[in-house]
Design a protein around this ligand. Structure first.
Ligand code: 6PG
Length: 252
């Protein structure tokens, strides 16, 4: 990992404002450098106001490609759909070409077939050979109070998938689709948006360092597996930080 930075912000609104700065800046950087930007979205509730704010940004939308980091196995019009949430909050309101939106397929009978299909979609998009892992420019992630991220839940088979880009996650028996740890860790920039006191315990394990960190089993808190080769940003609110002042872990 080339760079990790933890920022503790006053509240969720401040996380949204700060993540908007970082994400819009990195979208412009990627477009300027590569002629396009590839962005994987987080689900859940925290990022929704960020997506609403992004819909007001000046972006060459034809050069942005949107993927998902994970998806509940429901149709897009289901209230739990991460794709549906992002379309309603953002993508339906900007001139992004339909072919630039790459949702995870959730209508196939077998989620494993859907995971394989998305794996293939990513391989084709990035024009990579089987076995290669592409570099997403930006990956947005949240973290559950159990330390899961994307749909990589504690002590599930998805955590040990190293030869695929996409796999089936398992939330208490409910199937999800999720990008795998190797693909997430190949990203150029990963941003975690974490708000709420209920995240304190998991965060303490995920961010533990030194001897305490060596005691932590990442299978208990899978977000600890996310150690990207590029930038890693943790945007926390004070409620999630819980007075630990995690920003003091930053190496200046
Ligand atoms: C999902 C997300 C999931 C989410 C965390 C945090 O599909 O639910 O991808 O990993 O990021 O559960 O969710 P909140 O932001 O709602 O706390």
């Amino acid at each position: 990992m080339s760079y990790r930075r933890i920022e503790v912000l006053p509240d969720k609104a401040a996380i949204v404002a700060r993540s908007l700065e970082l994400v819009s800046d990195r979208i412009q950087q990627a477009i300027a450098t590569n002629g396009r930007c590839t962005l994987a979205l987080a689900g859940g509730s925290t990022p929704k106001p960020l997506y609403e704010a992004l819909s007001q940004c000046e972006v060459d939308w034809a050069k942005l490609h949107v993927f998902w980091g994970d998806e509940r196995y429901v149709p897009v019009d289901h209230p739990d759909s991460n794709e549906g949430m992002a379309r309603q909050a953002w993508l339906n309101h900007v001139a992004i070409p339909a072919e630039n939106i790459h949702p995870m397929p959730t209508t196939m009978a077998d989620p494993a077939i859907a995971a394989q299909a998305y794996h293939q979609d990513i391989q084709t998009f990035f024009q990579i050979e089987p076995g290669m892992v592409p570099t997403l420019d930006i990956v947005l992630l949240g973290m559950g109070d159990d330390g899961h991220t994307a749909s990589l839940f504690p002590h599930t088979p998805a955590l040990s998938v190293g030869d695929r880009l996409v796999t089936v996650g398992d939330k208490n028996g409910e199937p999800r689709l999720t990008l795998t740890i190797p693909l997430l860790n190949q990203a150029h920039c990963v941003l975690f948006l974490v708000a709420g006191a209920n995240k304190q315990d998991a965060l303490q394990q995920v961010l533990a360092t030194g001897a305490a960190g060596e005691q932590v089993d990442p299978n208990n808190v899978p977000a600890r597996y996310i150690q990207p080769q590029g930038e890693l940003w943790w945007l926390l609110d004070q409620a999630a930080d819980g007075g630990n002042n995690y920003h003091q872990l930053n190496k200046n």
